[in-house]
Write a protein that binds this ligand. Structure first.
Ligand code: BTN
Length: 317
């Protein structure tokens, strides 16, 4: 029995008796009981009350292919293939292994990642059913210059998709962390295959904290927040909005690069006007936005410096 089918029966948070679940799944109560015990492997807590049955300690909205497809802008559905998985190591890795069938954008969402990756070798905490883990694969023509600003555009796509949800202090921390009230709401990991001569296969991975439980805090080394703190946008609706926004931006990016996005990106610029420094201590000054290739500009005593990689922090005082 697919444990996801069992989770979907329990996802409403109501009690369901063993025999009711068995009937719905066409299996014995013993088989139900065995499957219920597997759910803890997904990090799901099942309560069992004599005479009432079983329920999830916390209801979840499972990802649903039809609901996500229905929410994607009709103009953006052509050339897009959408895949859902209960559990993968990393959606960025798994999307690369999906066979192509002529689509322009291959999109994979998973309920859980066992080895979610963040930038700079960090892990991305990815519990079952609480957040969104999305990877989009597409091809990009051109040499290294064709990639300039791509990761910023991905961040802008996420911010644009969220901006109608009245999230306070929604901002982009260069290059592409999405923040709400200074705390991390979403992160983006861009990975590439291919060569400068033949073009690129790009994988853009987005992790959006949707309704992450507080007990995950001990695994996360920075201030974070979840969308559910600010909005009741469900996971499927939110996933559809994110996918639409990403595909819209990537279409535009392929035509004209980062230049046309620059002003829109700077409207979300978290560092704007702040005193900043590179974490390796090599540079400090006042943040002055980004250039047409997506590099961070820092005004220093020795003039404007361009930063294209590295961790930047806000300087105290
Ligand atoms: C960051 O460090 O801010 C980037 C986090 C990126 C996480 C997403 S979740 C979907 C995709 N799969 C991964 O393994 N990582 C990205």
């Amino acid at each position: 029995m697919n444990p996801i089918t069992l989770v979907s029966l329990l996802s409403d948070g109501n009690f369901h008796s063993g025999s009711e679940l068995g009937r719905a799944l066409g299996v014995s109560r013993t088989a139900v009981w065995k499957s219920l015990s597997l759910l803890s492997g997904f990090g799901l807590e099942v309560e069992s009350v004599k005479g009432r049955g079983y329920r999830l300690s916390r209801p979840i909205e499972l990802l649903d292919q039809d609901r996500i497809m229905a929410g994607i802008d009709p103009d953006k559905k052509d050339g897009l293939s959408l895949h859902l998985a209960p559990e993968v190591d990393s959606t960025n890795t798994a999307v690369s292994n999906i066979e192509r069938s002529g689509e322009r954008y291959t999109v994979l969402l998973a309920e859980k990642q066992t080895a979610g990756r963040g930038r700079r070798g960090r892990q991305w905490v990815s519990p079952f059913g609480q957040n969104l883990y999305i990877s989009v694969r597409f091809d990009l023509q051109g040499g290294p210059e064709a990639l300039a600003g791509l990761s910023l555009v991905a961040g802008l796509a996420v911010a644009d998709a969220l901006q109608f949800l009245s999230i306070p202090e929604l901002a982009l921390k260069w290059p592409n962390d999405v923040l709400a009230e200074g705390r991390k709401l979403a992160g983006i990991l861009v990975e590439l295959q291919g060569e400068a001569t033949t073009g690129w296969t790009v994988v853009v991975g987005v992790g959006l904290n949707h309704s992450m439980e507080a007990d995950q805090s001990e695994l996360i080394d920075q201030p974070w927040t979840s969308l559910a703190e600010y909005s009741d946008c469900g996971r499927n609706k939110c996933a559809a909005a994110l996918i639409t926004s990403l595909v819209l931006k990537f279409d535009e990016f392929q035509l004209a690069g980062f230049g046309p996005f620059r002003e829109r990106w700077m409207a979300f610029d978290f560092f704007s006007g702040k005193s900043v420094q590179l974490l390796d201590g090599s540079l400090s000054g006042q943040a002055g936005g980004v250039d047409a290739a997506g590099n961070l500009l820092i005004e220093t005593v020795a003039g404007t410096k361009t930063v294209n990689a590295g961790e930047v922090s806000v300087r105290a005082g």
